[in-house]
Design a protein around this ligand. Structure first.
Ligand code: P1T
Length: 385
């Protein structure tokens, strides 16, 4: 397909090629580890499954189309994608990262890469000047996550990318919470966009996978070298499932955002709820930038019940009937989680609480069920406290 497609067609056709064998409309699952060669080095573009796989190639083209990038790369998980990005750098290099981020990303920085001599500075990125103040000659990467997990802070990707580009520092954006439907970081000047495709992209809570898109050929070469050398690649079945999920990304995200908006407002108006974190509220500290940067505000919401301790939070999440108490997010079904003891347990309590991840905090991933059923479910559980 040569015509540049609009987003809602790109989810279905972006980067896809005609299947030459039998005209299969869906990309086949090439369940093979190796490929026949006529003579050593004489093959049809595929040699070995870690290096390339046609189902994976179809997915890699799809993410580059969705993010308006030139190149895509698939990894075995979101953290494997992040791991490959950080492996581009050397001991004594410095990274500036947003201070409120997924617990597993924090753990990868502090418990794996720190030990290899990479220095990480965590900073509140809502103020872009505080990022600039930390830049030294050794700074090689700025790591942005927006909206942040789970506090729903929004970072100005354009402002941070301008700072990074002025200093020739790579800016990578973890776009998991937004998905390319809500925002496209490469368009805003970032050098790398990364996803836990486990979430909205695959969308059905049945796959663990990571995706990356870039525009720069040299960056792509470096990442592809690490992808093949370190080998954290997804299998063809998971690539197929992610491709299938992506085909409905636009309609799912539209409904996630509609339901998210109704539920965020329901919680805000509820007298038993202390605080609701959702960037769609006009009094959210980053609402103005969210309005410019994002198409709508998504279906991720965090809140604290009045009283605000663990007992109230546990009572609510244990009594939900339609929301499932589980890790992860971005699937068609609604999930509820307790970040302090689940997704963010690997962050020390005093650091975690500074960014707002208190014992009373509940995180919702609002699914695409009927909004009234979701509201009634939350209402009955909240009324128990
Ligand atoms: O789980 P994995 O596919 O490796 O992705 C890691 C990851 C990276 N970035 C963000 C923003 C994430 O939210 C995640 C995974 N998060 C969860 C499992 C969770 O429940 O928050």
């Amino acid at each position: 397909m040569t015509k540049k497609l609009r987003f809602n067609s790109s989810t279905i056709h972006g980067g896809q090629e005609e299947e030459k064998g039998y005209g299969a409309v869906m990309p086949p699952i090439y369940q093979t580890s190796t490929y026949a060669q006529k003579s050593p080095g004489k093959h049809r573009g595929y040699e070995y499954g870690r290096t390339h796989n046609p189902t994976r190639s179809a997915l890699e083209r799809s993410i580059s189309a969705l993010e308006n990038g030139k190149y895509g790369l698939a990894f075995a998980s979101g953290l494997a994608a992040m791991d490959a990005i950080i492996k581009m750098f050397d001991p004594n290099d410095e990274i500036i990262s947003v201070n409120d981020l997924y617990g597993g990303s924090f753990r990868l920085f502090t418990q794996i890469f720190k030990k290899y001599g990479i220095k990480i500075h965590f900073v509140n990125m809502q103020d872009s000047e505080s990022v600039e103040a930390l830049i030294t000659k050794k700074t090689k990467l700025i790591w942005v996550e927006t909206p942040t997990n789970p506090m729903m802070n929004v970072v100005d990707i354009k402002a941070i990318s301008a700072i990074g580009n002025a200093h020739k520092i790579v800016v990578a954006v973890d776009n998991t919470f937004a998905s390319p439907y809500l925002q496209q970081p490469l368009e805003l000047g970032a050098s790398i966009v990364m996803h836990s495709a486990t979430k909205y992209l695959a969308g059905h809570s049945d796959t663990v996978l990571g995706l990356v898109a870039v525009n720069d050929a040299a960056l792509f070469e470096k990442l592809a070298f690490i992808q093949n050398s370190s080998g954290a690649v997804p299998g063809p079945m998971d690539c197929f499932l992610t491709l299938r999920g992506i085909k409905t990304l636009h309609i799912r995200m539209q409904r996630h955002s509609e339901n998210g908006s109704v539920i965020a407002k329901f919680l805000k108006d509820n007298s038993k709820i202390e605080k609701v974190y959702w960037p769609g509220f006009s009094d959210h500290p980053n609402h103005d930038i969210a309005k410019i940067q994002m198409k709508s505000f998504g279906g991720m919401i965090s809140f604290v019940p009045k009283g605000g301790d663990k007992a109230e939070a546990f009572k609510i999440i244990e009594n939900l009937k339609i929301f499932t108490l589980a890790e992860s997010l971005g699937g068609v079904e609604s999930l509820a989680g307790h970040p302090a003891s689940m997704t963010h347990a690997s962050i020390p309590k005093e650091i975690r609480e500074k960014s707002g991840v208190v014992e009373g905090l509940i995180r919702l991933s609002v699914g695409i069920e009927d909004e009234q059923d979701l509201i009634e479910d939350l209402d009955q559980a909240i009324n128990l406290i």
